[in-house]
Design a protein around this ligand. Structure first.
Ligand code: SF4
Ligand code: SF4
Length: 123
């Protein structure tokens, strides 16, 4: 992909797509499943969301190869996932969170959800 003004990546100084990772997780159903998620989300930078394709762990953290100005320090040998990423629609256009059906940014938000979902959560 050419890095010239016709490519929006060359105008994207934040490179939001390089500042977090996501990992698909199984759909949580039981109290034990949500208790496990509460442990995970208790860690700095960890969020959880659900969109039309399922549930995901989101781990905030800038890639160590991301240079100021949005350039990749290992562009010629960047991982395959970076090569495969399609910028036809990305966070330069709108925040991904706009399409989240559920989004928990911290322990308290997820705990509130658990208490609503399970009437006997604390017992
Ligand atoms: S894919 Fe999108 S968010 Fe990532 S660097 Fe390119 S324009 Fe920016
Ligand atoms: S390796 Fe390069 S393209 Fe991939 S996430 Fe890091 S900075 Fe972005």
């Amino acid at each position: 992909m050419p890095l010239d003004p016709t490519n929006k990546c060359s105008r994207c100084l934040e490179s939001t797509c390089c500042t977090y990772t996501t990992e698909a997780i199984g759909t949580p159903r039981s109290k034990a499943d949500f208790d496990h998620l509460l442990w995970q989300i208790s860690h700095a930078g960890v969020e959880i969301y659900k969109d039309s394709s399922g549930w995901y762990l989101l781990v905030n953290g800038r890639c160590e190869h991301l240079r100021e100005g949005g350039l990749c320090a290992i562009y010629d040998r960047r991982p395959q996932v970076c090569r495969d990423y399609d910028n036809a629609w990305c966070e330069f256009d709108e925040p991904a969170a706009k399409h989240f059906a559920l989004h928990f940014r911290n322990y308290d938000e997820l705990l509130t959800y658990c208490k609503k979902r399970f009437s006997r959560w604390g017992s």
